[in-house]
Design a protein around this ligand. Structure first.
Ligand code: SF4
Length: 219
């Protein structure tokens, strides 16, 4: 399987009934986007197939990636993230717009859960269910050296992927845990509006995380 075949298989997934109902039901429910055709399906990852950094988020935003079909695109998370990817030399443009020619360099973006959840909160069962897609997607990215987890849920989903215990690998913003074989798990607060507008995660903090991830990845 390649990433294109993966995206095609993923698009038909309806394993989580609550998320299927939500991703389809929220389409067009925000006034600013009510005339837009929503993606309203599972959102596949986006980026460089030879990525050395995997940016691993939580789940698509209801009116962001669930609308545009591209991770972190169309909402406040992406408005914070992409300019910093560009500044760090990890993206060809400082903005991500549906259908543009943006090219991520050395990085691939995906999430622990691939359908938008109500309140941005997937249940533990939904996270476990979507882990099968994480297994498949990460297997197609053999050159990844740095797994950059955005927030607790992404961190714990990666621990489960690698068979690591939570008590030995607590989530700590800025922490880099060696995984062996020159690979690392790096933690960051999520780029959500809740974190970036309260100052919990600043531009300087996140740029520092990206530059560290680049060094660890040998980029
Ligand atoms: Fe399928 Fe994952 Fe979406 Fe659940 S969250 S329906 S497993 S793609």
């Amino acid at each position: 399987m390649d990433l294109e075949t993966f995206a095609h298989s993923l698009a038909g997934c309806r394993l989580c009934p609550r998320l299927v109902a939500w991703r389809e039901g929220v389409a067009g429910k925000r006034r600013a986007f009510r005339d837009e055709a929503y993606w309203a399906r599972p959102v596949p990852g986006f980026g460089d197939p030879r990525a050395r950094i995997l940016l691993f988020g939580l789940a698509p935003g209801a009116h962001g990636a669930n609308r545009t079909g591209r991770p972190f695109t169309g909402d406040a998370s992406g408005a914070f993230l992409y300019p910093l990817l560009h500044e760090a030399g990890l993206a060809s443009r400082p903005q991500s717009l549906p259908g543009d020619d943006l090219k991520p360099y050395g990085i691939y973006l995906t999430a622990a859960v691939r359908c938008a959840p109500p309140g941005n909160r997937p249940t533990p069962a939904e996270i476990r269910t979507c882990a099968r897609w994480t297994e498949a997607e990460l297997a197609l990215l053999p050159e990844v050296r740095v797994y950059l987890a955005l927030g607790h849920i992404a961190h714990e989903a990666l621990l489960a992927h690698f068979g690591l215990r939570k008590r030995n690998f607590p989530f700590v913003h800025g922490q880099a845990y060696p995984l062996g074989g020159g690979r690392y798990l790096v933690d960051s607060y999520h780029v959500s509006r809740q974190n970036t507008q309260t100052g919990r995660l600043t531009r300087e903090m996140f740029l520092g995380v990206l530059l560290r991830a680049k060094r660890l990845a040998g980029l």
